[in-house]
Design a protein around this ligand. Sequence first.
Ligand code: 3H9
Length: 700
Amino acid sequence: MSDLVSFDKQGSVGVITVNNPPVNALSQAVRQGLIDGLAAGQADPGITAMVIIGGGRTFIAGADIREFGKPPQPPDLHAVLEKIESSSKPVVAAIHGTALGGGLEVCLACHYRVAVAAGQVGLPEVKLGLLPGAGGTQRLPRVVGVEVALKMIVSGDPIPAARAQAVGLVDEIVEGDLRGSAVRFAERMVAETKPLRRISAMDDKLQAARANPAIFESFRKSIEREARGYLAPFKCIEAVQAAVTLPFAEGLKRERQLFQECMASPQSKGQIHAFFAEREATKIPDVPPGTPARKIERAAVIGAGTMGGGIAMNFANAGIPVTVVEMSQEALDRGLAVVKKNYAATVEKGRLSQADMATRMGLITGSLDRGAVREADIVIEAVFEEMGVKKEVFAALDKIAKPGAVLASNTSTLDIDEIASATSRPEAVIGTHFFSPANVMRLLELVRGAKTSKETIATSAELARRIRKVWVLAGNCDGFIGNRMLAPYLREAEFLVEEGATPQQVDTVICDFGFAMGPFAMQDLAGLDVGWRIRKAKAAARRKDLRYSHVGDRLCEQGRFGQKTGAGWYRYETGSRTPKPDPEVEALIAAAAQEGGVARRRVGDEEIVTRCLWALVNEGARILEEGIALRSSDIDVTYLYGYGFPRYRGGPMFYADQVGLGRVHADVAAFHTRHGEPWAPAPLLERLAKEGKGFRDFAR
Ligand code: 3H9
């Protein structure tokens, strides 16, 4: 037996236990161990049935993703599943934790499945740009029917054990000791001489789809919008369709082909990179696991505006009582009413019960007294984005907050050290940059000031985990990681329209690249006035010898602040969020170009992609070299979760690595020659390109 899989006997049942922490992934040694365990069970005449169970906190969570891309090592998973299903003695899967991907495929090859109530099962391969490649697309529809299988496989979302039982995927939910219950279940199957249920031989659940093949086309249509640009969801549908149209063995072959196609595509590489990048981001070299962290039992938020309200909802959703402090009763009432309205909308959609809404609202208390923050373990300031206002708030918090409390600023650009200087405890100050809407967006940028303590970082990281955010740690600079990179990206987008592109052309090209939104529609959604205010504040410091586009300022001077005023880069009909091209904007752009002496020309789509993307990447390279981001994959995580960058491209830095830094650098150097100083290649980009390396190779 391999070290990772053990075999022992409980009465007449052989128990095969996978012990490959943390998630019992199906590495080569595990696959071999399963084959050996099955062989041991088959060979022993005293054994009448077998149970496969996971040691530790979970059943098998899938293939070992770290093996992907390396030369395959036998035995492959198909061989293991073949051995399980063809066993002459019943094999029972005993599920706890998460049986995912290849893990669920192991369960589907077993003759029976039992699970604890808290167990979950799913086929999340699509999230890695893949499809279940070990029979999942062929066996699942045979046991739960095509409709349920399509939903599970194409969404990749796991379902709880009770639902799995309801759809026929789990035979029994057990209480208490899983191993003992699974063994008794197996003994019962033997005692009652139940037939071996081989899913590959089942057919009745496929009949409905055979009679109605249109189901596949309508399913394809139903995901078109959400899955725009992605390859794997459509391949998943094709594979399930093969289960209906082909005999089992042929269907398996088709599944394998489609799996290989997905595996060979750049998309799965991007999505697998995103999976690991998200986990890597939580590893801070000088703040290792075990760093003392303060337990957050109470929180406070200063400011009940859009951000403050959204942040308070995060706490309430995680069961943490939170006090929201405002200056006037009117502002407080307005803020809390918005929170209530947001929850009510979720109840309306059936995603929250009325009782849960009441519990969450009950955890949010409003106050006009700053003294109410006294009990809080963390205070998040979410007031107006202006240094003077923020410093006044922090000076006050310093006097009121209890010793050891974390004092966080929800700023998107301001200097955390300057904010911290308003207090006598800069070690307790950290930036928590939430993205709008804060109750929906997954990203949280934690900003480390020069004096921020390790405990403050560990506490904030633990909080981020509790409120289910994906977080990255950024250094302190203007705009941190995300917004600092956004500035040159938006600059180029504006220059491109001055040079002859239209906002809709730029937005279309960027959307076709895979972004959730183009730069102009995004600005209209966020509101143009905030950027305008910041630009005005910095106007005196702006270098007059560098090109500057006045279009954004002109729009604001006309009161066009975006969707909220019915006009911005586009116009919006009353009550509509659909951007409509506006001839007035075209005229304004043409006038600004003339005034700035910019010759207008036809701008090609390819130029739009490279200028916008490489503007992000060139700034990303500086951010990386300066240590503002710990690793290039942290920049990717920031853009995937905060700025709608297409996941199947892995993030801007990963994408640049895939294209090759030699080519990126050549483009940037050419833009430098043509457009001047803002395009000076980042020294790190230049160096890595020369060395034939990628951002992934850069280590501090
Ligand atoms: C597949 O099965 C293909 C087959 O259909 C066909 C094959 C032919 N492999 O997330 P966590 C690591 S595709 C290797 O922080 P949690 C993870 O990187 C696979 N490593 O814990 C992390 O490492 P580190 C289908 C893996 O409790 C550590 O385990 N399956 C794998 O929050 C802890 O992970 C999936 O897509 C893996 N499969 O969540 C499941 N999984 O400590 C992917 C995890 O060094 N996994 N690691 O940072 C998950 O969704 C979550 O990890 C899980 C646990 C829910 C299981």
